[in-house]
Design a protein around this ligand. Structure first.
Ligand code: V47
Ligand code: SF4
Length: 383
């Protein structure tokens, strides 16, 4: 929809609050906390969708970014007990889980030698044996082997645990990790910041202030990071806005966030299996409102292994401009939690086709959104 068509839609809106939010967005003004909640509670999907798509096209046109990465999960054993997580019971039965040595992880890294991947994403459970020295050595060994591979690794949950065990401050810990080769932070571990919900779903891991302090310390060292929000379980709309508001404030201070990734709660084989999953309408609304609320985030990403490919395609009309990576690996946490993507692998040709099918422009990017290749004019059989 072009600007004129969106303006017609806003002019025709009967709800005065929603109409005034629409004009603010068209004028590129920031919307307030209450207005964010009103969008969730009162706006139709078509209204928020048209506005979010307009913002997306103002910022990026039809460009839809993806990257070529691979994931390593050092362990699926975890000392924490997040109710939504299919790993959370494993520490008591740790012989059933896996823990990779540095050699085993280097074997995975080396299996990509000569392949055009630009990023390794390393995130897993929190295993007491895998301490700070272990991970610093892992970072140094990867960098020594392949210096140009961008290492995006460890959530504040893992970092907070390792820093506290090593008795180093957040600032010192982040400096050591950065010096050893850590390039940026992924967005995980954020869940829902509000303590009323956090207490119920992930009481024992790092809290909101701790999560934000670690990202702030990374930004102050010149590193970038992502942010997530786990939605569609027991939270209310205003908890989502509260979460995004804290992210928007930190982004005003540091400018260090690259991407926001809403993560849809999946309910298989965890302690929240009784909680119904959100509908597709709710999913698209979540993407659209986050595009509208987070005016200082450049990118909104749909994580297709969690959402499924077809739904990920749909998000590209609801504010999303990034569709993550090729993920040529065996990431387990999502398959375990009930995603229909049991084998989350997609080749570059698959990703390019998925983006072109919905008439968007596929662009391969590096982790920091440097453009590597525009696939607009590349035929699928030549990818
Ligand atoms: O924090 C765990 C989520 C996250 C479930 O930064 C679940 O590029 C839904 O953050 N249902 C980790 N979600 C994954 C993550 C991520 C993924 C891809 C890219 C990036 C990035 C970050 O996975 C956890 C948690 O919120 N998670 N269990 C579940 N049952
Ligand atoms: Fe552990 Fe992360 Fe799962 Fe929580 S979400 S139990 S911290 S692996």
């Amino acid at each position: 929809m072009n600007t004129e068509a969106v303006k017609v839609l806003v002019d025709a809106e009967h709800n005065q609050q929603l109409q005034s939010i629409g004009y603010k967005i068209l004028n590129k003004e920031r919307i307030s906390f209450e207005e964010g909640v009103a969008l969730f509670e009162q706006a139709s999907l078509s209204y928020v969708g048209a506005l979010a798509n307009w913002v997306r096209e103002q910022k990026h046109g039809h460009k839809t970014y993806f990257n070529r990465n691979f994931h390593i999960e050092p362990t699926n054993v975890c000392v924490f007990s997040c109710a939504f997580c299919s790993y959370s019971k494993l520490y008591a039965h740790r012989e059933e889980g896996w823990e990779l040595s540095i050699d085993q992880m280097m074997h995975i890294v080396k299996s990509y030698d000569g392949k055009p991947v630009t990023e390794v994403h390393i995130v897993g459970g929190v295993h007491p044996k895998m301490n700070m020295d272990f991970f610093l050595e892992l970072l140094r060994t990867i960098k020594a082997h392949r210096p140009d591979l961008h290492i995006k690794a460890f959530t504040p949950v893992e970092l907070d645990y390792m820093f506290r065990k090593a008795k180093v401050s957040v600032e010192e810990g982040m400096r050591l990790a950065h010096e050893a080769g850590l390039d940026s932070l992924p967005g995980g571990g954020a869940e829902i910041f509000h303590p009323d919900i956090r207490k119920k779903i992930c009481e024992d891991k790092v809290d909101a202030d701790g999560w934000l302090a670690i990202h702030k310390a990374a930004h102050e060292l010149g590193m970038h990071s992502n942010a997530t929000l786990l939605y569609g379980h027991i939270e209310s709309y205003w908890h989502r806005i509260h979460h995004m508001d804290r992210l928007r404030s930190l982004q005003d201070e540091t400018g260090g966030f690259n991407t926001f990734i809403p993560l849809k709660f999946r309910n298989k084989d965890n302690d929240m299996s009784n909680v119904a999953e959100s509908t597709i309408v709710e999913d698209m609304k979540m993407y659209a409102v986050s595009r509208l609320y987070l005016d200082n985030f450049n990118h909104i990403k749909a994580y297709w292994p969690m959402l499924g490919r077809k739904n990920a395609q749909l998000t590209l009309s609801f504010g999303v401009n990034d569709i993550d990576g090729t993920i040529d690996d065996t990431t387990k946490i999502y398959a375990m939690a009930g995603s229909e993507e049991q084998t989350p692998t997609m080749s570059t040709a698959d990703l390019v086709q998925l983006i072109k099918q919905v008439r968007r422009q596929p662009v391969e990017r590096g982790t920091l959104y440097n453009e590597i290749k525009d696939y607009s004019d590349v035929a699928i059989d030549a990818v």
